[in-house]
Design a protein around this ligand. Sequence first.
Ligand code: COA
Length: 334
Amino acid sequence: MRRQEFQCKERAVWEDLLSTVKIGHIAFRRGENLEILPYNFSYLHEHLYFHCSPQTGLAGAVGSPAKFLAYHEVAWIPSTWRHPHLACPATTYFTSLTLSGRLLAVESLKEKAEALEQFMRKYQPDQAYTPLSDKRYHGPLSALFVLKLKVESPVLKRKMGQHLTPQQREKVYDGLRTRALLGDRVVAQAMAESNDESDPQGWVESLNPAQLTNLVKLISKSYWAEGRSLSEQANLNQSSQLLLAKCDSQKLLAFARVTWVTPRVAYLADVIVSPEARGKGLGKALVARVMNHPRLRKTPKVILHTKDAQSFYTQFGFREKHGDENSFMERQLH
Ligand SMILES: CC(C)(COP(=O)(O)OP(=O)(O)OC[C@H]1O[C@@H](n2cnc3c(N)ncnc32)[C@H](O)[C@@H]1OP(=O)(O)O)[C@@H](O)C(=O)NCCC(=O)NCCS
């Protein structure tokens, strides 16, 4: 890789990419021709698995050397974040993984079933289907052509502004935090981490899978989100433009998220502090940080619902609108 600063060796990053990116490209040689094909894939036990009919596409590539590429476009960076007039700084930030190897045919029915089960976990996580180990699948599985590619020495590129000067980085970072789309939060977090600027107090704006699991354990016991599932919370987090959490490594201590209802009205939701961390000022620090976020500072109205924490929010300027059982509060700036 020409720019060494983009190279990433973290296993968690490439495993996450392989389990979330839905389409990979495989290039291989067929006779004199070079072919490249898009394929769905699953990742299991250090191998990528692909399936096709025995007559087509990849089936003709068994035994031949192949290159695999998968990438995830994380955020678009407009030129104006770096220069008021010039077009050249416009770019996208992305994570990509390439690897080389030899495509092998999978013969064992058990391995095929495991690989296909992994496909289903990735492409249909609701698991509303009979497991692939069921004997009714034996016929179709025997007829299906499954190939695998060993994941060896993957080259992982994580282009997230590492090459920028501190002044340029600051501008892009501010742009990302103000725009606050889902990918922007991921990039802002990665920029802070890769440039060794992670918050020493553990404040983050994007959760890793372990932190998300811990959030669900905590929030699913609250009165407003009782029984909320992992995928429900993941969807809510994805659709929120601002997310703030304090973590001690993987442990989640405090969390809040904000969704913009209109450009001028934001909804503050899921404010929670883990029981052992309560009463020490963390809840106050959390809401203060949220309200001071560059994007929220420019939003005239913030609304929320609460059953019993009205006095907690009044210190941040919220006023009760309807004093019913589940109070509606708002803070109006202008
Ligand atoms: C509400 C919550 C986020 C506060 O977090 P915390 O870390 O315990 O709060 P802090 O230690 O920062 O306390 C800040 C102040 O708010 C007060 N406070 C805490 N919880 C309160 C509540 N439920 N109602 C009213 N005031 C509350 C504290 O007494 C303290 O007051 P003080 O500054 O006068 O001493 C936390 O208790 C929590 O997660 N509760 C369960 C989930 C919940 O109810 N979330 C709000 C849903 S809208």
